[in-house]
Design a protein around this ligand. Structure first.
Ligand code: SF4
Ligand code: SF4
Length: 369
């Protein structure tokens, strides 16, 4: 049984503590060093051939190369600043980070959006609400008639200066995608920090009072859960039933849907895997659980991810590894071309096994349940 994350883990970003894994090159080297039991001797750098172990799995099931099929989601990562410092964070976010999207980039993002009919704007971070451009982006996206999802850590609703957020969400009909690793305090606080569970519960109760999560209001709350340890998530359907029952019975909380996601071996979760000697076993587990049906639904196929400087990526995970859109696709908002991006080839590496393991995993939860 894998060891769960320790509460004694440092509560600062990798960058702040000058950990070698703050460097994306070090992360990619570490991922590539692990023996996955795959014969990679025939890999070349030729674009027409598989370039990594994940590509080989795609090829063995007739799915290489991985291609986008549309751009339905414009995912904006507003920066790395966060009021929490969760152990598993793939963004290496925290209060000690300073990166935030500026107004010129936010304006550019909105003018790009206006020239497309991409229906969904998915806002993430860090704690995206801590970016000074957050409200501007929400209002502009709504004025353009787009659905807005906000990836909210819940505790931000109690941070000084952010108390008006619930009303703001309500006014703009923002869908709340919120993280809560477990319906028990101990498991949640181990991963996200002491006291996070209690605040998250209060935040959900507050949102319920505004009508969020209640039948017939159209105000959706989605809870995102992820394993507290080095294992794959259990089935999303059974977890959702369990969570709905427990949260309602114990705290009177209602929500619409549960997304169960796999922890990606990137950034602080990668550092934790290595520090606890779980890395080789976890990567092997992800690779051995490769599910071709999940590969057909990976989020990069219909999402474009934008960073705080306006650079483009196939997904938020590639963004954190600084793997920009490739193979001749536009790489920045300033040369955004939705028709080219909708049929782009996707940049892959070994971390992609995190999306295709078992039932599959994406920002929208399991891919095959
Ligand atoms: S996982 Fe989310 S809430 Fe936790 S530190 Fe990262 S961005 Fe912040
Ligand atoms: S990590 Fe990103 S690029 Fe790789 S399969 Fe998942 S969504 Fe696609």
């Amino acid at each position: 049984m894998a060891t769960p994350p320790q509460t004694t883990a440092p509560r600062t970003s990798l960058l702040f503590r000058k950990d070698p894994l703050a460097s994306v090159e070090a992360q990619i080297n570490l991922l590539n060093r692990t023996d996955l039991g795959v014969d990679e001797s025939l890999l070349t750098t030729a674009a027409s051939s598989p370039q990594n172990a994940f590509d080989l799995s795609l090829q063995s099931t007739g799915r290489f190369p991985l291609q986008a099929s549309s751009v339905d989601t414009f995912q904006l990562n507003l920066g790395r600043v966060c009021n929490q410092t969760c152990i598993h964070c793939h963004v290496d976010a925290g209060p000690d980070r300073r990166e935030n999207m500026d107004h010129a980039t936010a304006e550019l993002a909105m003018s790009v959006l206006a020239q497309t009919d991409i229906p969904v704007v998915d806002i993430t971070g860090g704690a995206p609400e801590m970016c000074p451009e957050f409200k501007y982006i929400v209002r502009e996206s709504r004025a353009l008639g787009r659905k807005v999802l906000n990836r909210c850590n819940l505790t931000i609703l109690f941070a000084k200066g952010f108390e008006d957020l619930p009303e703001f969400f309500l006014e703009n009909e923002v869908e709340i995608i919120c993280s809560l690793p477990h319906h028990r305090a101990l498991n949640t606080d181990k991963q996200r920090g002491d006291g996070v569970f209690e605040k998250s519960i209060r935040a959900l109760q507050m949102l319920n009072k505004l009508g969020y999560g209640k039948p017939g209001t159209g105000l959706r709350i989605v809870i995102v859960t992820n394993p507290v340890g080095a294992f794959l998530p259990a089935g999303q359907g059974s977890l959702e039933a369990e969570w709905k029952e427990r949260l309602l019975e114990t705290y009177g909380i209602e929500f619409n849907e549960l997304f169960s996601i796999t922890n990606m071996p990137i950034s602080r979760y990668l550092e934790w895997l290595e520090r606890t000697n779980n890395l080789d076993g976890y990567l092997r587990k992800l690779k051995d659980a490769y599910n071709p049906v999940a590969a057909d639904g990976v989020m990069c196929k219909n999402t474009i991810s934008v960073d705080w400087r306006g650079y483009l990526y196939d997904c938020d995970f590639n963004q954190m590894l600084e793997l920009k859109t490739g193979f001749g696709s536009p790489t920045h908002l300033s040369d955004f071309d939705v028709s080219r991006l909708a049929k782009r080839r996707i940049v892959t590496n070994r971390h992609c096994f995190g999306c295709t393991a078992g039932s599959g995993s994406s920002c929208g939860g399991s891919l095959t349940e």
